[in-house]
Ligand binder design. Structure first.
Ligand code: KMT
Ligand code: NI
Length: 179
């Protein structure tokens, strides 16, 4: 199961864990309430994995590619690392399957607090359309991930503030308690 926790807001390196003291964990049930889905798969067999194929079939994931995020492998590394960590939304789900290495997806909860989700090899995660989020490498400085999408991929980030964007208003309506 994924490990997630509420973050401190200290200005230290983004790659550090930024746990509160004492640690304040966030469970998968809580992530589910934000629309965040996750699975644990076997990354060794990603090319033929029936479990991955079933998820893709059910959820309509028709596109996949692989991205390696590391200083050596990713073109325009510094610029991309910076844009991944700008708080943003998308007009579609962000679907990632970590094949090797590790990294952090940070998502805002319904009170606008940051939850840090530690993803490592075998973790597949779906961030819903309209959730404010960001990504960073951890101290390992390396992630290899499959990117999935429904149809032709659109990776465009819309940096916060996007409170009037239809993807955002839809998200808030869908996940805010009492609506
Ligand atoms: C994104 O959109 O933030 C990324 O693709 C980050 C790399 S995937 C682990
Ligand atoms: Ni994103």
């Amino acid at each position: 199961e994924l490990e997630a926790w509420y973050m401190d807001d200290l200005p230290a390196d983004q790659r550090l864990p930024h746990r509160l003291k004492p640690n304040r964990p966030a469970g998968v049930a809580q992530l589910r309430k934000l629309g965040v889905l996750s699975w644990k798969l076997n990354p060794v067999q990603y090319e033929t994995d029936p479990k991955l194929q079933a998820i893709c079939k059910v959820r309509g994931y028709s596109y996949q590619d692989i991205i390696t995020v590391s200083p050596e492998k990713l073109p325009a590394y510094e610029q991309k690392i910076k844009s991944f960590f700008e708080e943003h939304i998308h007009t579609d789900e962000e679907i990632r399957y970590i094949l090797d290495g590790s990294g952090y997806f940070d998502v805002r909860d319904l009170n606008d607090a940051w939850i840090r989700i530690a993803c490592k090899a075998g973790d597949m995660i779906v961030l819903p359309e309209g959730i404010y989020h960001r990504f960073t490498l951890d101290e390992g400085n390396y992630t290899k991930a499959m990117r999935l999408f429904v149809g032709e991929p659109v990776w465009t980030p819309y940096n916060r503030p996007q409170d009037q964007h239809s993807s955002r208003t839809k998200y808030v309506e869908r996940f805010t308690a009492g609506s």
